[in-house]
Design a binder for this molecule. Structure first.
Ligand SMILES: Nc1ncnc2c1ncn2[C@@H]1O[C@H](COP(=O)(O)OP(=O)(O)O)[C@@H](O)[C@H]1O
Ligand SMILES: O=P(O)(O)O[C@H]1O[C@H](CO)[C@@H](O[C@H]2O[C@H](CO)[C@@H](O)[C@H](O)[C@H]2O)[C@H](O)[C@H]1O
Length: 465
């Protein structure tokens, strides 16, 4: 199923997008959250425009949903393909104060904002406050709908600041009390980043911050989730930082890995209670294995360094299909979908929390919401221990293996099932994840490519029978 936005809606600001077009062409591809890197931008279509602070004032604020057209290949003359839809929050002022210089998009020469300077408005406290206030008061502005959970009080006047983490979306922290994540590439339908934390909150799962508010847009009869407000875990450190800190000291991370295994298992148990599960037999397994194989083929096509390993990697998937053909079945349920150390926060009291249930952002929503074996998340964490171990010099021998064992033991303490007792399933999912990472790194962080490639070499090596 495609996530494409099909029908643009009319705008209240004629000429606005045309006047921003040359600035956005230059600015958008430089944003970390822009998913279409490496392909030229051929043009834009305005999907919706909402004035959150009116034009004509000293500061105006424009909420835009913009479809970005990018030809699939940079071939001359290729027609622009219907593209991804992005959420933009554009501020416009006569002049930009120096503190907002890093947020500059550019100077507008014509159209309704002619003579003004436009910038990424999240960096500006006043626009950021507009969003919190809209959530607090459950506002409806144009097609935008702001909602909140009645149980959690949202105070007004909390001072906003933009989050500094490397991320796929953008976040604003309000007074160290709440964090609002604004989704950047938006798709129609139920978004797991809201759906799963809400379901977990209803289950009383204490490992996930409960949504306090959310914003969405109604477009052509479809809902687009645009942002989620959650309690901010003040003083929390993420698992990636903590792991690197321990590695730098040459210390093992076994106790934390075990606690992470327990936290993952608690979340999985609550998700299995809250949402449907299903049994995977040969027909479903074939679909799953086909998906893994196709992703591998596409990855090998895109990243030449993967090609020599592809035949051996394929055996990880055929071995799983063979088990299914022999009558093995597995249980599938809703999972996190992109679990790694950076998605785990440890609060100062030592509790682990899981965040960011969006799944792998590049996958279609329907696929991200499909029930899957829990091993999918477990494989993600195991890959993450391997990433951490590879990112420091000198290497700490056996560090990732200790984490792996402790994490799986912690998981088994809660569920009674140790993931290592199903090595074929685990290898298939670790392989699928490493292949995803090869593509992710080639596209976003080429300097990191050797990390998943070293895992690929290991996973492609002959397996003990
Ligand atoms: N509830 C929270 N409390 C404290 N920090 C958080 C919270 N949620 C997210 N963060 C911080 O924001 C960063 C980005 O959040 P995340 O949901 O992973 O966004 P993205 O999908 O854009 O990567 C996290 O790595 C973490 O540092
Ligand atoms: O932005 P997200 O957190 O949703 O996830 C994407 O970016 C991650 C990197 O920031 C990427 O994770 C990979 O690198 C991590 C170290 O930086 C490592 O811990 C993970 O195991 C590894 O997969 C993730 O894959 C990507 O979806």
């Amino acid at each position: 199923m495609s996530d494409a936005v099909t029908r643009p809606v009319t705008t209240t600001s004629p000429g606005l997008l045309a006047s921003l077009d040359p600035l956005l062409r230059e600015w958008l591809p430089r944003q970390r959250w822009f998913a279409g890197k490496g392909r030229p931008v051929a043009g834009f279509t305005l999907v919706a425009a909402t004035e959150l602070l009116p034009a004509g004032g000293k500061l105006s604020l424009h909420h835009l949903l913009v479809q970005v057209h990018q030809p699939l290949t940079p071939a001359q003359g290729a027609p622009p393909a219907p593209g991804d839809c992005y959420q933009l929050l554009i501020g416009a002022r006569e002049a930009l104060p120096p503190r907002l210089a890093p947020a500059l998009i550019g100077h507008v020469t014509d159209g309704p904002l002619a003579g003004r300077t436009v910038y990424e408005a999240l960096y500006d406290p006043r626009p950021a406050d507009v969003l919190l206030e809209a959530l607090r008061t459950q506002a409806r502005i144009g097609g935008l709908r702001f909602e909140r959970d009645g149980q959690l009080e949202i105070r007004s006047g909390l001072v906003p600041r933009v989050g500094t983490a490397e991320q796929s979306n953008s976040s604003v922290v309000y007074g160290d009390t709440f964090i609002l994540k604004l989704l950047r590439r938006i798709v129609p339908g139920v978004n797991p980043d809201l759906e799963l934390p809400l379901a977990l909150a209803h289950e009383g799962c204490p490992r996930v911050p409960p949504p306090a508010g959310w914003m969405s847009a109604e477009l052509s009869g479809q809902t687009y989730v645009l942002g989620v407000l959650q309690p901010y875990l003040q003083g929390a450190a993420d698992g990636w930082e903590l792991a690197l800190r321990e590695l730098a000291k040459g210390q093992d991370f076994g106790a934390e890995a075990r606690a992470l295994g327990r936290a993952t298992a608690e979340v999985h148990t609550a998700l299995a209670r809250a949402l449907p599960t299903l049994t995977l037999g040969p027909p479903q397994l074939d679909v799953l294995v086909d998906g893994m194989t196709q992703r591998l083929d596409a990855a090998a096509q895109a990243v030449p360094a993967l090609r020599p390993y592809a035949p051996e990697l394929r055996t990880a998937f055929t071995a799983l299909a063979d088990l299914a053909a022999d009558g093995c079945t597995w249980t599938a349920q809703r999972v996190h979908g992109d679990l790694h150390l950076g998605q785990c926060l440890r609060s100062p009291s030592g509790q682990w929390w899981l965040i960011d249930f969006e799944g792998e952002p590049a996958k279609p929503l329907a696929e991200r919401r499909m029930p899957q074996p829990v091993v999918r998340d477990i494989a993600g964490m195991l890959r993450s221990f391997d990433y951490a171990a590879h990112s420091v010099q000198p290497r700490v021998s056996g560090w990732a293996d200790t984490c792996r064992a402790a994490y799986c033991s912690g998981y088994a303490e809660i569920t009674g099932r140790d993931p290592r007792t199903d090595p074929v399933l685990l290898r298939a999912y670790e392989t699928d994840k490493a292949v995803y990472e090869v593509v992710y790194e080639a596209r976003h962080r080429p300097g990191w490519l050797p990390v998943p490639l070293s895992a690929v070499r290991r996973l492609a090596a002959p397996q003990p029978s």
